[in-house]
Design a protein around this ligand. Structure first.
Ligand SMILES: Cc1cc2nc3c(=O)[nH]c(=O)nc-3n(C[C@H](O)[C@H](O)[C@H](O)COP(=O)(O)OP(=O)(O)OC[C@H]3O[C@@H](n4cnc5c(N)ncnc54)[C@H](O)[C@@H]3O)c2cc1C
Length: 585
């Protein structure tokens, strides 16, 4: 592996990841026991690795005196009278708050009562993972008693964390565990009502769930939904998205929610970075980790959700280091946090629609929002996007019964239902295994006569052995039926030339994918199928260099790459040494 070795031998990779053992925050206010009925699927599968430690089992490790002394040099002491709110949901997470004296509680935004039984006391700190990315607070925090805190501005604190890895490890371990706990108990100022009937609300649920953004969701007319709607003075019979105490979000879109939560923000126009990374799948996130670790200023721009295709995989079993498997979304979230720790920034949902070469070896990227940023180099890690099928009314049912990914959100819609999956590849097989835990029955429709050539044998044997899964060969969906939502599909048996219609609320289309590179045409050379040509094919010296010096391609979008998580992570990691050479050469 040329690039990786060169990178290390030049001594430029400065990743310092320390194993902390069990530590954390007993008595942390995010510590609360949830009933297993409220837990999302991922967290009930306790054999899988997740995004962080279990806060309920962690022993608290306070920051050392030397850490506090370092903070004191750049922070200031602030006093809060009992009853004062330190932050409200949506406020910028622009400071790190270390409690010296007093007590701080998390507050329920709707009732204004204490949310968790436990509170933060002296030597504990008030911060959420959004602090790393410059996001916003998700819950109100209030001083229970007169409280004195040492407050450090975000940039100063990030600088200290990069200088003192032991301190960084204590903080990040706690922040990750707090986010895990927030997701488990679904506590947040973001509340969704009527996800089951409203497509817009469902889009928000999917966006939040795929990006690990805590939220709670209640069916329309449920007691909780009615109580919250009444407290916000809105009709109890309409779907709604609510943020904070009474902020009803009109015409909700993932973009609006991302702005409220601080995961999408306007950069300064024409803001300049060393490297622009397009795509937040395994290749792009890995590039973000290594770019940050090499001291490059990097921006990762992601169109849908950090995680890419891997983020839609419920169980990755072949990625080294996770012998019991890990969900793709959790793996990528860990990478995102790691990259943020090194200073790499992320914006989502944002799509890069144009890339231009400027005078002086610079590039200018334009986003779908019209925003423009500049960079000295660009790494294209845009992977592949799912393929649609030519079935009538498919577009009408997309998001309302027709899906292209099987994540926790979709699994909730399929609870105890008959589900259909179209496709004979590994993605379809993994989706069948995952959905069979929630659905009553899963029917896998395969156009060919066997799975032998399209699916890994370990997976096809598991499918065959699972009584909740039926595999139908020579089968294809030819029609979709329903009014507002999908209600039934017609399946054609190609061998006998017969059609039959069966009721179902969900059909998953998993029939492969293609690169979406039309926006790069004319700038870099593509192969016949639209994959980006690199290395020898364009007479370049690096395997990841494209025909345009300064633009690199990694992962699934690169012609000839191995389409796997590990290879995408590897390519995203090692390409950074070539980016560094380009910028400094
Ligand atoms: C369901 C499923 C299960 C899988 N299971 C496994 C497995 O178990 N093991 C394994 O090794 N591999 C697995 N794979 C394959 C693996 O996930 C992919 O090979 C890997 O994700 C490719 O990574 P990537 O970063 O190159 O691209 P992707 O993961 O495709 O990520 C590309 C990202 O770029 C974004 N993007 C695209 N265009 C733009 C733009 N113009 N602007 C901004 N963002 C953009 C996309 O939204 C996407 O998030 C699975 C794939 C699927 C779909």
């Amino acid at each position: 592996m040329l690039d990786g070795e060169q990178c290390h031998s030049r001594g430029k990779v400065i990743i310092r990841v320390q194993n902390q053992g069990l530590r954390g925050a007993a008595g942390d206010p995010h510590l609360i026991l949830a009933s297993s009925a409220t837990l999302p699927l991922t967290y009930r599968e306790n054999d899988l690795e997740t995004i962080g430690r279990d806060l309920t089992e962690m022993q608290r490790v306070p920051l050392a005196q030397s850490h506090v002394a370092a903070m004191r040099n750049v922070g200031r002491v602030v006093s809060y009278a009992a009853g004062t709110f330190l932050v409200q949901p949506g406020d910028p997470a622009d400071r790190f708050v270390y409690v010296e004296e007093g007590e701080i509680e998390v507050v329920n935004p709707f009732t204004q009562e204490r949310f968790f039984p436990s509170t933060l006391g002296p030597t504990q700190f008030m911060a959420e993972i959004a602090f790393l990315s410059g996001g916003t607070w998700s819950m109100p925090m209030r001083a229970v008693r007169d409280t004195r805190a040492l407050e450090v501005p975000r940039q100063e604190m990030l600088r200290l964390m990069s200088q003192i890895p032991e301190m960084s490890d204590i903080i990040i371990t706690v922040l990750a565990a707090r986010r895990r706990r927030q997701l488990e108990v679904r506590n947040s100022a973001l509340v969704l009502i009527g996800e089951e009937i409203d497509r817009n609300v469902r889009r928000i649920a999917e966006f939040a769930s795929r990006n690990h953004l805590p939220h709670s969701s209640y069916p329309l007319a449920s007691p909780e939904a009615t109580r919250i709607a009444t407290s916000c003075a809105i009709p109890t019979d309409r779907p709604a998205v609510i943020f904070g105490r009474d902020r009803v979000v009109p015409d909700p879109t993932p973009d609006k929610i991302a702005r409220l939560l601080g995961v999408n923000y306007d950069l300064a126009d024409e803001e300049a970075f060393d490297v622009l990374i397009v795509g937040g799948g395994p290749a792009g996130v890995a590039a973000g980790v290594y770019a940050g670790a090499e001291g490059l200023s990097a921006l990762v721009v992601e169109d849908t959700a950090i995680g890419g295709q891997a983020g839609t995989s419920s169980r990755i079993e072949n990625y080294m280091g996770f012998p019991t498997g890990i969900s793709g979304a959790d793996l990528l979230w860990r990478g995102e946090v790691q990259a943020m720790k090194f200073g790499t920034r992320f914006v989502t949902p944002r799509r890069v629609t144009q890339l231009e070469r400027l005078e002086g070896a610079q590039f200018c990227a334009t986003f779908d929002s019209g925003q423009r940023v500049r960079a000295g180099a660009a790494v294209i890690a845009t992977g592949v996007q799912y393929r649609r099928l030519p079935i009538d009314r498919l577009v009408e049912f997309e998001g309302a019964g027709a899906y292209y990914a099987a994540t926790e959100a979709e699994a909730r819609y399929c609870k105890n239902a008959e589900v259909i999956i179209i496709g004979g590849g590994n993605s379809a097989g993994q989706a069948a295994m995952f959905l069979s835990r929630a659905a009553r029955h899963v029917r896998l429709l395969v156009r060919g006569t066997s799975l032998a050539s399209s699916m890994s044998s370990y997976l096809s044997s598991r499918l065959e052995a699972d009584p909740a899964i039926t595999i139908e060969y020579n089968a294809e969906v030819v029609a979709l039926h329903g009014a507002e939502r999908l209600e039934a599909v017609t399946i054609r048996d190609a061998r006998h030339g017969t059609n039959r219609t069966i009721p179902t609320c969900a059909v998953f289309i998993m029939v492969g994918a293609e690169p979406n590179t039309a926006w790069l045409a004319g700038l870099v050379e593509l192969d016949r199928k639209g994959f980006i040509l690199t290395g020898a094919a364009v007479r370049a010296d690096s395997p990841f260099a494209t025909s345009c010096p300064g633009i690199f391609a990694v992962g699934d979008v690169r012609a000839g790459s191995v389409k796997r998580v590990a290879s995408s992570v590897g390519e995203g990691s090692v390409v950074i040494s070539k980016v560094w050479e380009h910028l400094n050469g």
